[in-house]
Design a protein around this ligand. Structure first.
Ligand SMILES: *Cc1c(COP(=O)(O)O)cnc(C)c1O
Length: 501
């Protein structure tokens, strides 16, 4: 079994959580049995190690959530925690190449800088979008070569530009004349990528107010770069995070073509198109990943046909990590608010209370995504509700003393008690990365898991790279198992637009 131990510090634990409601899973407790395998170094890999648990056959990340909850059921020690399915990240990588075969992903580290995520993507051969010295250091600490890094922050501190220069990182974005002058002094050999603005008016998080040159400015910048003897290798853009209109990509790709043509006129031979991020990371979105890529591909073929010799990259963040992370929070306090009412019917009386739950992670922690990322989260009940269970209007609050610290304004759930758990799915993007410890509340621990087939497939990809064969397997291999187990979730009937006023 040591053959599995080539990459990470592997803590393999036996999954023997009690299954109480899913007979499908009761079959398998057999396969496991390795513990604390000594790590050995993976090719081109070094740095801090991390542990993950192999999922036993037929088990899912959700089972590990249940197992962790069972483990602490009789104790008071019920801190919030994450379970992150690294197989899901791998699955996303395969799906990426299937949907965008011409585009190499450079993962945007800011979205989730967990060492495990960075290492998995490094092992899979992805590139990285870093925005700071610290992100560059993180990515280089796991052995990623500088050619696989783009310093994709158009406005950089001079000392950090020098850090990039001293560490071989050459690709970097810019969108202003002042930045060109800084780079000319601090990193004259840089391979510059001109970031253009996009029409991001329909994106959830707009970026082009802050970054991106207009076409007119682009011409001036190209001229200035020529005077400064700087090398401009291509064009980048970002349509805004949470893109809701794929036509934005088409317009931006066509604008990029214009800038390539301007560059050619001025004597630049540009060869890199960077289509940025903005791709959805979960299925609970209006516009699915493939709906976007189905629009992008023909635009790429039209404006940058394969024989143009232009290399195309992207900077997906959310896409890779959102769905891999599930957060479990515990109810630490509860208030029952009785509404004044005149009715005499018992049932009505019962229904006329609203419940306030206080849980042990909030907007200063993982749920900062509500403030910064305009996220709308909804809880999933950990315990299956009884068929006739009554639902109440509830609000959910974080643990800090700030009134702003509210997670859900209104949703309908069965009555829960202090000590009960709520789960939040799709919590991998812009959550842990920006969480603070305000008021003394610590960030949740992250437990990483991966199925054995996912692990084997990863090993195979590391050795052989992507091949048609590997892509074929994607269809049949239970990478993260989450969809094959038949596990049902019991979602709280959460505030739809009609009640959430
Ligand atoms: C934030 C960011 C990304 C990632 O955006 P997603 O919407 O998470 O894909 C990519 N590139 C740049 C320059 C960014 O600032």
């Amino acid at each position: 079994m040591l053959c599995y131990a080539s990459a990470f510090s592997i803590l393999v634990s036996c999954h023997n959580g009690k299954k109480n409601y899913n007979p499908f899973l009761l079959c398998s407790h057999s396969l496991l049995h390795l513990r604390n395998i000594t790590p050995s170094k993976m090719n081109g890999f070094s740095g801090e190690e991390f542990s993950f648990t192999f999922l036993d056959e037929g088990f899912t990340a959700k089972d590990i959530v249940d197992q962790k909850i069972n483990e602490v059921s009789s104790s008071d020690d019920k801190d919030a925690f994450y379970v992150a399915d690294l197989g899901d990240v791998l699955k996303k990588h395969l799906r990426w190449y299937k949907a965008l075969p011409r585009v190499s992903p450079f993962y945007a580290v800011k979205c989730n800088d967990s060492i495990a995520v960075v290492k998995i993507l490094a092992a899979l051969g992805a590139g990285f979008d870093c925005a700071s010295k610290t992100e560059i250091q993180l990515v280089q600490s796991v052995g990623v070569p500088p050619e696989r890094i783009i310093y994709a922050n158009p406005c950089k501190q001079v000392s950090q530009i020098k850090h990039a220069a001293n560490n071989g990182v050459q690709m970097m974005t810019f969108d202003s004349e002042v930045e060109l002058m800084k780079v000319a002094r601090a990193h004259p050999k840089a391979k510059l990528v001109l970031r253009i603005a996009t029409d991001d008016s329909k994106a959830v998080c707009r970026l082009s107010v802050k970054f991106g040159a207009t076409l007119k400015t682009s011409r001036l910048l190209l001229e200035r770069a020529k005077e400064l003897d700087l090398d401009i290798i291509g064009v980048s853009f970002h349509v805004g995070s949470g893109c809701t209109d794929p036509e934005t990509f088409v317009q931006a790709i066509s604008d990029a073509r214009c800038v390539f043509d301007m560059g050619a006129e001025l004597g630049f031979s540009m060869y890199l198109l960077d289509i940025g991020g903005g791709f959805p990371g979960s299925e609970d979105v209006k516009l699915k990943f493939e709906e976007i890529t189905n629009v992008i591909n023909p635009a790429l073929d039209k404006y940058f046909p394969s024989d143009s010799g232009v290399k195309i990259i992207a900077e997906p963040g959310r896409y890779y990590v959102a769905s891999a992370f599930t957060l479990a929070v515990n109810i630490i306090a509860k208030k029952v608010v009785i509404k004044e009412q005149t009715g005499s019917d018992d049932e009505e009386e019962q229904n006329d209370k609203t419940l306030m739950y206080y849980v042990n992670d909030g907007v200063y922690g993982s749920f900062n995504c509500i403030l910064y990322d305009h996220a709308h989260v909804k809880p999933v009940l950990q315990k299956r509700p009884k068929p006739d269970e009554r639902y109440y209007s509830c609000s959910i609050w974080g643990p800090t003393c700030d009134g702003l610290d509210r997670i859900v304004e209104l949703c309908a759930m069965p009555e829960l008690q202090v000590g009960d758990w709520m789960l939040f799915e799709n919590m991998g993007a812009y959550t842990v990365a920006a969480a603070s410890t305000f008021n003394g509340f610590q960030r949740p621990t992250i437990y990483y898991v991966m199925s054995r087939p996912a692990w084997q497939l990863m090993e195979q990809i590391k050795e052989q790279g992507f091949q048609a064969e590997v892509e074929e397997q994607e269809v049949t291999l239970p990478l993260s198992c989450a969809w094959e187990s038949g596990i049902e979730h019991y979602p709280a009937a959460c505030a739809s637009a009609s009640i959430n006023v």
